[in-house]
Design a binder for this molecule. Sequence first.
Ligand code: FES
Length: 173
Amino acid sequence: MTRYEFLRSCGFTGGALFALLSCVKEEDSYVEAMTRNPDGSFTNPDGTPAGGVTGTGPDESLIISTKELEALDFLYRVNVSSPLYTRLLTRNNYVVLGNTFVLALSREGRYIAATVVCSHENNRTVSYRNGEWYCPQHGARYSLAGKGLNEYGAKGIKVYKTAFDGETIVIYE
Ligand code: FES
């Protein structure tokens, strides 16, 4: 595959494609080395994931035993086999639980949780968007660790731990 074909397969077109082609040197070899997978992730030539983002569901390496899960002093629990929560089996989806928590499956396949209350004006409108916590009221942005990323989100946001045993997700502190 040529650099041109590779970059086209990544969705680059027009000026962006030209800019990338013009800055890739002849000696660069990585563009021919990686493979793009149907889910948009990349694989190195040795078969290992490139960029750390693969798959579409939960990262199975993070699953703990049901016994370990039940030992946690959880604040909320959901069963992903319930039709209410099956969307949590696909990355970049979220649900709001009890008007209290936002629970999402990140693009890396990790369950993440935060309060639904925005620290800007205390509206219960926080959601998950593009790998961040986000409030649409005025546009507050927070990192997944709860740090404010713009003026509206400057106070940060409360985040929680999660655990998953393959069927149940719990939120805890
Ligand atoms: S209430 Fe969330 S950004 Fe203002």
